[in-house]
Design a protein around this ligand. Structure first.
Ligand code: NAD
Ligand code: UDP
Length: 312
Protein backbone atom coordinates (compact mmCIF):
# COMPACT_ATOMS: atom_id res chain seq x y z
CA UNK A 1 0.00 0.00 0.00
CA UNK A 2 0.96 3.64 -0.37
CA UNK A 3 0.59 5.34 3.00
CA UNK A 4 0.74 9.03 3.96
CA UNK A 5 1.92 9.92 7.45
CA UNK A 6 1.44 13.55 8.48
CA UNK A 7 3.83 14.51 11.26
CA UNK A 8 5.93 11.57 10.11
CA UNK A 9 9.24 13.16 11.11
CA UNK A 10 8.18 13.47 14.75
CA UNK A 11 8.72 11.09 17.66
CA UNK A 12 5.79 8.72 17.03
CA UNK A 13 5.61 9.37 13.28
CA UNK A 14 9.21 8.32 12.65
CA UNK A 15 8.67 4.99 14.47
CA UNK A 16 5.54 4.44 12.40
CA UNK A 17 7.51 5.18 9.19
CA UNK A 18 10.07 2.52 10.24
CA UNK A 19 7.41 -0.06 10.97
CA UNK A 20 5.43 0.45 7.75
CA UNK A 21 8.56 0.55 5.57
CA UNK A 22 9.67 -2.64 7.31
CA UNK A 23 6.43 -4.28 6.22
CA UNK A 24 7.10 -3.37 2.58
CA UNK A 25 4.71 -0.42 2.22
CA UNK A 26 5.43 2.81 0.38
CA UNK A 27 5.47 5.71 2.83
CA UNK A 28 5.04 9.41 2.15
CA UNK A 29 6.12 11.38 5.19
CA UNK A 30 4.76 14.93 5.37
CA UNK A 31 6.08 17.34 8.01
CA UNK A 32 6.74 21.03 8.57
CA UNK A 33 9.55 20.20 11.08
CA UNK A 34 8.07 22.35 13.85
CA UNK A 35 8.83 19.73 16.51
CA UNK A 36 10.02 16.92 14.27
CA UNK A 37 13.37 16.61 12.49
CA UNK A 38 14.73 15.22 9.26
CA UNK A 39 17.30 13.37 11.36
CA UNK A 40 14.50 11.14 12.73
CA UNK A 41 13.95 9.69 9.26
CA UNK A 42 17.39 10.32 7.71
CA UNK A 43 18.11 6.58 7.72
CA UNK A 44 15.11 6.03 5.40
CA UNK A 45 16.05 8.65 2.80
CA UNK A 46 17.81 6.26 0.43
CA UNK A 47 14.93 3.78 0.49
CA UNK A 48 12.96 3.86 -2.80
CA UNK A 49 9.74 3.19 -0.85
CA UNK A 50 10.21 6.33 1.25
CA UNK A 51 9.41 9.91 0.29
CA UNK A 52 9.80 13.01 2.47
CA UNK A 53 7.70 16.14 1.89
CA UNK A 54 8.11 19.46 3.69
CA UNK A 55 4.55 20.70 3.97
CA UNK A 56 2.17 22.23 6.47
CA UNK A 57 -1.10 20.32 7.04
CA UNK A 58 -3.04 23.55 7.33
CA UNK A 59 -2.58 23.95 3.55
CA UNK A 60 -4.45 21.49 1.30
CA UNK A 61 -2.37 18.83 -0.46
CA UNK A 62 -3.03 16.23 -3.12
CA UNK A 63 -1.46 12.78 -3.15
CA UNK A 64 -2.79 9.42 -4.26
CA UNK A 65 -2.70 7.09 -1.28
CA UNK A 66 -4.45 4.05 0.17
CA UNK A 67 -4.14 5.02 3.82
CA UNK A 68 -3.50 8.18 5.82
CA UNK A 69 -2.19 8.45 9.38
CA UNK A 70 -2.77 11.99 10.69
CA UNK A 71 -0.19 12.68 13.40
CA UNK A 72 0.77 16.28 12.62
CA UNK A 73 0.43 18.38 15.77
CA UNK A 74 2.87 19.43 18.48
CA UNK A 75 2.21 17.20 21.51
CA UNK A 76 4.21 18.69 24.35
CA UNK A 77 2.57 21.50 26.37
CA UNK A 78 5.52 23.89 25.93
CA UNK A 79 5.42 23.43 22.16
CA UNK A 80 1.66 23.48 21.64
CA UNK A 81 1.36 26.58 23.86
CA UNK A 82 4.15 28.41 21.96
CA UNK A 83 1.69 29.44 19.22
CA UNK A 84 -1.73 28.26 20.42
CA UNK A 85 -3.59 29.60 17.39
CA UNK A 86 -1.32 27.65 15.07
CA UNK A 87 -1.89 24.54 17.22
CA UNK A 88 -5.65 24.74 16.87
CA UNK A 89 -5.32 25.42 13.12
CA UNK A 90 -3.07 22.39 12.80
CA UNK A 91 -5.62 20.12 14.46
CA UNK A 92 -8.73 21.52 12.81
CA UNK A 93 -7.53 22.49 9.32
CA UNK A 94 -5.22 19.48 9.25
CA UNK A 95 -8.21 17.23 9.96
CA UNK A 96 -10.28 18.92 7.25
CA UNK A 97 -7.44 18.49 4.75
CA UNK A 98 -6.78 14.80 5.46
CA UNK A 99 -10.51 14.06 5.52
CA UNK A 100 -11.02 15.86 2.20
CA UNK A 101 -8.17 13.82 0.76
CA UNK A 102 -9.67 10.60 2.13
CA UNK A 103 -13.07 11.50 0.72
CA UNK A 104 -11.59 12.06 -2.73
CA UNK A 105 -9.27 9.05 -2.82
CA UNK A 106 -11.31 6.59 -0.73
CA UNK A 107 -8.29 6.15 1.57
CA UNK A 108 -8.79 4.93 5.13
CA UNK A 109 -7.81 7.73 7.51
CA UNK A 110 -6.46 7.48 11.05
CA UNK A 111 -6.55 10.26 13.64
CA UNK A 112 -3.99 10.43 16.44
CA UNK A 113 -6.30 11.73 19.13
CA UNK A 114 -5.41 11.92 22.78
CA UNK A 115 -6.33 11.21 26.36
CA UNK A 116 -6.45 15.02 26.68
CA UNK A 117 -9.99 14.86 25.28
CA UNK A 118 -10.89 13.63 28.80
CA UNK A 119 -9.32 16.77 30.33
CA UNK A 120 -9.04 16.60 34.12
CA UNK A 121 -11.36 13.63 34.67
CA UNK A 122 -14.23 14.30 37.09
CA UNK A 123 -14.91 11.99 40.02
CA UNK A 124 -16.25 8.60 39.01
CA UNK A 125 -14.38 8.62 35.68
CA UNK A 126 -11.16 6.91 36.64
CA UNK A 127 -9.87 5.00 34.71
CA UNK A 128 -11.10 6.74 31.57
CA UNK A 129 -13.43 4.82 29.26
CA UNK A 130 -14.11 5.84 25.67
CA UNK A 131 -17.74 6.63 26.61
CA UNK A 132 -16.61 9.46 28.95
CA UNK A 133 -17.18 12.89 27.37
CA UNK A 134 -14.48 14.57 29.41
CA UNK A 135 -13.96 17.57 31.64
CA UNK A 136 -12.09 20.11 29.53
CA UNK A 137 -11.62 23.82 30.18
CA UNK A 138 -12.50 25.51 26.85
CA UNK A 139 -10.60 28.75 27.63
CA UNK A 140 -7.44 27.64 29.47
CA UNK A 141 -3.84 27.37 28.32
CA UNK A 142 -4.22 23.66 27.39
CA UNK A 143 -7.44 24.30 25.43
CA UNK A 144 -5.72 24.97 22.08
CA UNK A 145 -4.56 21.36 22.13
CA UNK A 146 -7.47 19.66 23.93
CA UNK A 147 -10.25 21.45 22.07
CA UNK A 148 -8.40 21.24 18.75
CA UNK A 149 -8.17 17.47 19.15
CA UNK A 150 -11.82 17.26 20.25
CA UNK A 151 -12.91 19.26 17.19
CA UNK A 152 -10.80 16.99 14.97
CA UNK A 153 -12.67 13.97 16.39
CA UNK A 154 -15.98 15.70 15.62
CA UNK A 155 -14.85 16.32 12.04
CA UNK A 156 -13.78 12.69 11.65
CA UNK A 157 -17.19 11.43 12.76
CA UNK A 158 -19.09 13.98 10.63
CA UNK A 159 -17.13 13.03 7.50
CA UNK A 160 -17.80 9.39 8.36
CA UNK A 161 -21.56 9.87 8.83
CA UNK A 162 -22.13 12.31 5.96
CA UNK A 163 -19.57 11.16 3.40
CA UNK A 164 -18.90 7.55 4.33
CA UNK A 165 -15.19 8.26 4.96
CA UNK A 166 -13.47 5.19 6.43
CA UNK A 167 -12.09 6.49 9.75
CA UNK A 168 -10.07 5.13 12.67
CA UNK A 169 -9.72 7.27 15.79
CA UNK A 170 -7.26 6.34 18.52
CA UNK A 171 -6.88 8.07 21.89
CA UNK A 172 -3.23 7.92 22.85
CA UNK A 173 -2.12 8.06 26.50
CA UNK A 174 1.33 9.44 27.45
CA UNK A 175 3.90 7.64 25.33
CA UNK A 176 7.69 7.78 25.57
CA UNK A 177 10.77 6.27 23.98
CA UNK A 178 13.82 6.99 21.82
CA UNK A 179 13.60 9.99 19.43
CA UNK A 180 11.80 12.22 21.91
CA UNK A 181 13.68 15.50 21.85
CA UNK A 182 15.79 16.32 24.92
CA UNK A 183 14.04 19.73 24.95
CA UNK A 184 10.61 18.17 24.31
CA UNK A 185 9.43 19.38 27.72
CA UNK A 186 7.35 16.30 28.56
CA UNK A 187 7.98 14.62 31.83
CA UNK A 188 9.86 11.45 30.82
CA UNK A 189 12.40 13.26 28.62
CA UNK A 190 12.79 16.08 31.17
CA UNK A 191 13.46 13.73 34.10
CA UNK A 192 15.84 11.47 32.14
CA UNK A 193 17.87 14.41 30.79
CA UNK A 194 17.98 16.08 34.20
CA UNK A 195 19.11 12.83 35.84
CA UNK A 196 21.80 12.22 33.22
CA UNK A 197 23.10 15.80 33.47
CA UNK A 198 23.06 15.72 37.27
CA UNK A 199 20.64 18.63 37.29
CA UNK A 200 17.69 18.90 39.73
CA UNK A 201 14.62 16.84 38.80
CA UNK A 202 11.78 19.34 38.39
CA UNK A 203 8.53 17.99 39.80
CA UNK A 204 5.60 20.30 39.14
CA UNK A 205 3.36 20.56 42.19
CA UNK A 206 3.55 17.94 44.94
CA UNK A 207 4.22 15.11 42.46
CA UNK A 208 1.11 13.16 43.48
CA UNK A 209 -0.55 13.65 40.07
CA UNK A 210 -0.56 10.44 38.03
CA UNK A 211 0.02 9.42 34.43
CA UNK A 212 0.11 6.04 32.67
CA UNK A 213 3.13 5.65 30.42
CA UNK A 214 3.18 3.54 27.26
CA UNK A 215 6.38 2.49 25.51
CA UNK A 216 6.51 3.54 21.85
CA UNK A 217 6.72 0.02 20.32
CA UNK A 218 3.51 -1.02 22.11
CA UNK A 219 1.74 2.09 20.85
CA UNK A 220 2.79 1.64 17.22
CA UNK A 221 1.55 -1.97 17.32
CA UNK A 222 -1.77 -0.56 18.59
CA UNK A 223 -1.88 1.98 15.71
CA UNK A 224 -1.47 -0.73 13.11
CA UNK A 225 -3.93 -3.13 14.78
CA UNK A 226 -6.63 -0.46 14.69
CA UNK A 227 -5.81 0.58 11.12
CA UNK A 228 -5.96 -3.04 9.90
CA UNK A 229 -9.19 -3.92 11.72
CA UNK A 230 -12.37 -3.95 9.63
CA UNK A 231 -15.74 -2.65 10.85
CA UNK A 232 -14.52 -0.32 13.57
CA UNK A 233 -14.19 3.47 13.80
CA UNK A 234 -13.07 3.96 17.39
CA UNK A 235 -12.44 5.98 19.39
CA UNK A 236 -10.22 3.38 21.05
CA UNK A 237 -7.97 4.07 24.04
CA UNK A 238 -4.42 2.82 23.55
CA UNK A 239 -2.11 3.17 26.50
CA UNK A 240 -0.50 1.31 29.35
CA UNK A 241 -2.80 1.07 32.39
CA UNK A 242 0.17 1.02 34.81
CA UNK A 243 -0.39 4.27 36.75
CA UNK A 244 2.42 6.17 38.50
CA UNK A 245 2.76 9.42 40.41
CA UNK A 246 5.36 11.86 39.08
CA UNK A 247 7.29 11.32 42.31
CA UNK A 248 7.39 7.56 41.62
CA UNK A 249 8.53 8.23 38.06
CA UNK A 250 11.32 10.51 39.29
CA UNK A 251 12.50 7.90 41.79
CA UNK A 252 12.52 5.12 39.18
CA UNK A 253 14.59 7.25 36.80
CA UNK A 254 17.03 8.18 39.58
CA UNK A 255 17.39 4.50 40.52
CA UNK A 256 17.95 3.27 36.95
CA UNK A 257 20.38 6.03 35.98
CA UNK A 258 22.17 5.92 39.33
CA UNK A 259 21.99 9.72 39.28
CA UNK A 260 22.45 11.78 42.43
CA UNK A 261 20.25 14.64 41.19
CA UNK A 262 18.08 16.20 43.89
CA UNK A 263 14.31 16.45 43.48
CA UNK A 264 12.93 20.00 43.50
CA UNK A 265 9.34 21.21 43.26
CA UNK A 266 8.10 23.88 40.87
CA UNK A 267 4.60 25.35 40.45
CA UNK A 268 1.96 23.09 38.92
CA UNK A 269 0.87 24.44 35.52
CA UNK A 270 -2.75 25.59 35.14
CA UNK A 271 -5.34 22.83 34.44
CA UNK A 272 -2.76 20.04 34.87
CA UNK A 273 -4.85 16.82 35.04
CA UNK A 274 -4.65 15.16 38.49
CA UNK A 275 -4.88 11.59 37.33
CA UNK A 276 -4.96 9.63 34.13
CA UNK A 277 -5.24 5.93 33.36
CA UNK A 278 -6.74 4.27 30.30
CA UNK A 279 -9.45 1.67 30.46
CA UNK A 280 -8.21 -0.58 27.63
CA UNK A 281 -11.02 -3.16 27.67
CA UNK A 282 -12.14 -2.11 24.19
CA UNK A 283 -8.64 -2.39 22.67
CA UNK A 284 -8.21 -5.83 24.27
CA UNK A 285 -11.59 -7.06 23.08
CA UNK A 286 -11.69 -5.56 19.57
CA UNK A 287 -8.01 -5.47 18.61
CA UNK A 288 -6.53 -8.17 20.82
CA UNK A 289 -4.09 -5.44 21.87
CA UNK A 290 -2.42 -4.89 25.20
CA UNK A 291 0.94 -3.41 26.19
CA UNK A 292 3.90 -5.71 26.71
CA UNK A 293 6.62 -3.33 27.94
CA UNK A 294 6.60 -2.33 31.61
CA UNK A 295 7.64 1.18 32.67
CA UNK A 296 10.93 -0.05 34.10
CA UNK A 297 11.75 -2.01 30.92
CA UNK A 298 10.76 0.94 28.71
CA UNK A 299 12.89 3.36 30.72
CA UNK A 300 15.85 0.99 30.43
CA UNK A 301 15.42 1.04 26.62
CA UNK A 302 15.00 4.84 26.51
CA UNK A 303 17.77 6.05 28.82
CA UNK A 304 20.68 4.88 26.58
CA UNK A 305 19.19 6.87 23.70
CA UNK A 306 19.23 10.09 25.71
CA UNK A 307 22.64 9.27 27.06
CA UNK A 308 23.94 9.08 23.49
CA UNK A 309 22.13 12.24 22.35
CA UNK A 310 23.54 14.15 25.33
CA UNK A 311 26.98 12.86 24.44
CA UNK A 312 27.46 10.78 27.58
P1 NAD B 1 5.96 15.28 17.96
O1 NAD B 1 5.88 16.71 18.34
O2 NAD B 1 7.27 14.60 18.05
O3 NAD B 1 5.39 15.02 16.51
C1 NAD B 1 4.51 15.88 15.84
C2 NAD B 1 4.99 16.04 14.41
O4 NAD B 1 4.04 16.85 13.70
C3 NAD B 1 6.34 16.75 14.34
O5 NAD B 1 7.18 16.09 13.42
C4 NAD B 1 5.97 18.15 13.85
O6 NAD B 1 7.03 18.78 13.15
C5 NAD B 1 4.78 17.85 12.99
N1 NAD B 1 3.87 19.02 12.80
C6 NAD B 1 3.41 19.86 13.76
N2 NAD B 1 2.60 20.79 13.21
C7 NAD B 1 2.57 20.51 11.87
C8 NAD B 1 1.93 21.13 10.75
N3 NAD B 1 1.15 22.21 10.91
N4 NAD B 1 2.12 20.59 9.54
C9 NAD B 1 2.91 19.49 9.36
N5 NAD B 1 3.55 18.88 10.37
C10 NAD B 1 3.38 19.39 11.61
O7 NAD B 1 4.89 14.55 18.91
P2 NAD B 1 4.48 13.00 19.01
O8 NAD B 1 4.56 12.64 20.43
O9 NAD B 1 5.18 12.20 18.00
O10 NAD B 1 2.94 13.10 18.65
C11 NAD B 1 2.42 12.69 17.39
C12 NAD B 1 0.89 12.77 17.42
O11 NAD B 1 0.38 11.92 18.46
C13 NAD B 1 0.36 14.17 17.71
O12 NAD B 1 -0.78 14.40 16.93
C14 NAD B 1 -0.02 14.11 19.17
O13 NAD B 1 -1.04 15.00 19.48
C15 NAD B 1 -0.47 12.67 19.31
N6 NAD B 1 -0.34 12.21 20.71
C16 NAD B 1 0.89 11.90 21.23
C17 NAD B 1 0.99 11.50 22.56
C18 NAD B 1 2.31 11.12 23.17
O14 NAD B 1 2.33 10.81 24.37
N7 NAD B 1 3.39 11.06 22.46
C19 NAD B 1 -0.16 11.42 23.35
C20 NAD B 1 -1.38 11.77 22.80
C21 NAD B 1 -1.46 12.13 21.47
N1 UDP C 1 5.78 17.36 34.86
C1 UDP C 1 6.68 17.51 35.90
N2 UDP C 1 7.94 17.95 35.61
C2 UDP C 1 8.35 18.21 34.35
C3 UDP C 1 7.44 18.03 33.27
C4 UDP C 1 6.16 17.62 33.57
O1 UDP C 1 6.35 17.27 37.07
O2 UDP C 1 9.52 18.59 34.18
C5 UDP C 1 4.42 16.86 35.16
C6 UDP C 1 3.28 17.68 34.57
O3 UDP C 1 2.93 18.74 35.43
C7 UDP C 1 2.20 16.63 34.45
C8 UDP C 1 2.96 15.34 34.18
O4 UDP C 1 4.31 15.59 34.58
O5 UDP C 1 1.50 16.50 35.68
C9 UDP C 1 2.96 14.93 32.71
O6 UDP C 1 3.34 16.05 31.95
P1 UDP C 1 3.59 15.99 30.37
O7 UDP C 1 3.85 17.39 29.92
O8 UDP C 1 4.61 14.95 30.09
O9 UDP C 1 2.23 15.42 29.78
P2 UDP C 1 0.67 15.81 29.98
O10 UDP C 1 0.51 16.74 31.15
O11 UDP C 1 0.28 16.44 28.70
O12 UDP C 1 0.03 14.50 30.26
Amino acid sequence: MRILITGGAGFLGSHLCDSLIGKGHEVICLDNYFTGAKSNVAHLLGNPNFELMRWDVIDPFKVEVDQIYNLACPASPIHYQYNPIKTIKTSVMGAINVLGLAKRTGARVFQASTSEVYGDPAEGHHPQEESYWGNVNPIGIRSCYDEGKRCAETLFFDYHRKNGVDIRVIRIFNTYGPRMRPDDGRVVSNFICQALRGEPITIYGDGQQTRSFCYVSDLIRGFESLMEKEGITGPVNVGNPGEFTMLELAKSILAITGSRSEIIHQPLPQDDPKQRRPDISLAKRELGWQPEVSLEEGLRKTIPYFSEVLGG
